[in-house]
Design a protein around this ligand. Structure first.
Ligand SMILES: *Cc1c(COP(=O)(O)O)cnc(C)c1O
Length: 436
């Protein structure tokens, strides 16, 4: 069902920031903590999950090839996502690897990814000896810049892999237009965005397929797990086959390499039953996160130098995995981001500077010297590759401005959100004294 922008923001009626007394100094300068209590702990479970594990245990059917729980979850997940098909797999990484396998991405191919993402988005491309081409970030949204994405396309490009970072939908209208114009498949890395919507439709329903992660930190959690969703029956059959050692299912239009490649990417019945229990919980939790995030953004409106990540016009619902915002030190007497984080931590509010410079990480740069890459692409192409991955906006975002709150914090109370804002206001007020 389509949701109006006001539904995205929730009911933000109770704007009552807590008053700070004049002598409330930042905790780092000896004042009281703005947030003395703990944020909600993660994961969340009760007897429902306990029973789910016991049920599978006693059924003696522990694997997906033995029981029916996984298939049950897949049906439920597809329904909730508003898509025809879903395949549960062993991780979000496996979901991406499986789809790249089905698209037969291999040596000599290029796959376009954002520079601002979890390293898994990069790893799955490299696992296939394809070239991951990193595209700069729209600094306001923390998401891939579609204009720069189009410029990164070459004859070798085999797929586009945008990421819905933190649960925020990438600009799907413009990305899909670029894809269509260049006749390229889109794989949505929706690992952080189960439930988010673009123009009333779930993210993950725009590309040929989408990847979701159920790893411990993610909003829907079974320790390790993932899913692929698609509306394309041939595609899901090919995915099933690939994740099941190349076995099972009939020949489809995605038959490239059929019978020649596959892996074991299966999930277990234990995980599937935990997921079935958590899926109900997740939807309630998501509403809460969404309301708290909207409230926090409203509180941040009053704080110069703190800017929440921009939502594109097409966004109709955000299932927050992260609360991402930018820090402008010029509004904080020039204190560094790390000093700001330190001061915030002292107030009882943990925050992270988020992902580093993926395109400059030694782990990534090492690819230019990898013997297989040198053999496949040659020294010149690999040198150019480092140049191509130049991302000035992302450098600024990741290097100086980005800050995150993690999703369990958004499960807190309205008062928790007010205390976060109060902590930041205190730090701002005393920024000069925090310099030393
Ligand atoms: C978590 C995540 C993945 C990988 O998922 P796993 O389940 O940990 O393998 C991939 N991409 C993004 C953006 C992620 O956040």
């Amino acid at each position: 069902m389509a949701m109006t922008p006001s539904a995205v923001l929730g009911n933000v009626k109770t704007f009552t920031p807590i008053a700070l007394s004049d002598d409330d100094k930042p905790a780092l300068l000896g004042g009281p903590k703005a947030h003395p209590d703990r944020f909600p702990q993660w994961p969340v479970y009760d007897s429902t999950e306990e029973q789910a594990l016991i049920d599978v245990l006693r059924s003696n059917r522990w694997g997906r090839l033995d029981g029916k729980t996984t298939a049950g979850f897949e049906e439920e997940y597809a329904k909730i996502m508003g898509m025809k098909h879903s395949l549960a797999v062993s991780s979000g990484t496996t979901a991406l690897t499986t789809m790249l396998g089905v698209l037969d991405v291999g040596p000599g191919d290029e796959v376009i990814i954002p520079a601002y993402t979890f390293v898994a988005t990069y790893n799955v491309v490299v696992l296939n000896y394809a070239l991951p081409v990193m595209v700069d970030t729209d600094i306001e949204s923390f998401l891939i810049d579609p204009q720069k994405m189009e410029k990164a396309i070459t004859k070798q490009t085999k797929a586009l892999m945008p990421v819905h970072m933190g649960g925020l939908p990438a600009d799907l209208d413009r990305i899909m237009a670029v894809a269509q114009k260049n006749n390229l498949p889109v794989i949505e890395d929706a690992c952080q965005a189960p439930g988010s919507e673009w123009k009333g439709k779930k993210v993950g329903s725009y590309g040929i397929g989408a990847a979701f992660s159920f790893q411990s930190s993610k909003n829907l959690n079974c320790a390790e797990g993932g899913a692929i969703t698609t509306n394309n029956e041939d595609f899901i059959k090919a995915c099933y086959r690939f994740h099941n050692q190349g076995q099972g299912g009939r020949a489809t239009s995605f038959d490239v390499g059929e019978g020649t490649r596959g892996t074991n990417g299966r999930i277990t019945e234990f995980q599937a039953n935990i997921l079935l229990s958590q899926i109900v919980r997740q939807q309630v939790q998501d509403k809460k996160r969404s309301q708290n995030a909207a409230y926090l953004s409203k509180l941040f409106d009053e704080i110069p130098g703190i800017t929440p990540a921009k939502l594109y016009d097409g966004v109709t619902y955000v299932s927050h995995h992260l609360y991402m915002f930018r820090f402008d030190k010029s509004q904080f007497a020039g204190i560094s981001r790390s000093r700001f984080m330190e001061a915030l931590r002292a107030e009882g509010v943990n925050c992270s500077s988020g992902y580093g410079h993926l395109n400059k990480d030694p782990y990534v740069l090492g690819l230019a010297n990898n013997k297989h890459y040198l053999k496949i692409y040659g020294e010149k192409v690999m040198k150019q590759w480092i140049e191509r991955n130049h991302c000035p906006q992302n450098d600024k975002l990741a290097g100086e401005e980005a800050l995150w709150f993690t999703q369990p914090m958004l499960l807190g109370t309205t008062r928790d959100m007010e205390q976060i804002a109060a902590a930041i206001r205190k730090i701002q007020q005393y920024a000069n004294e925090l310099k030393n």
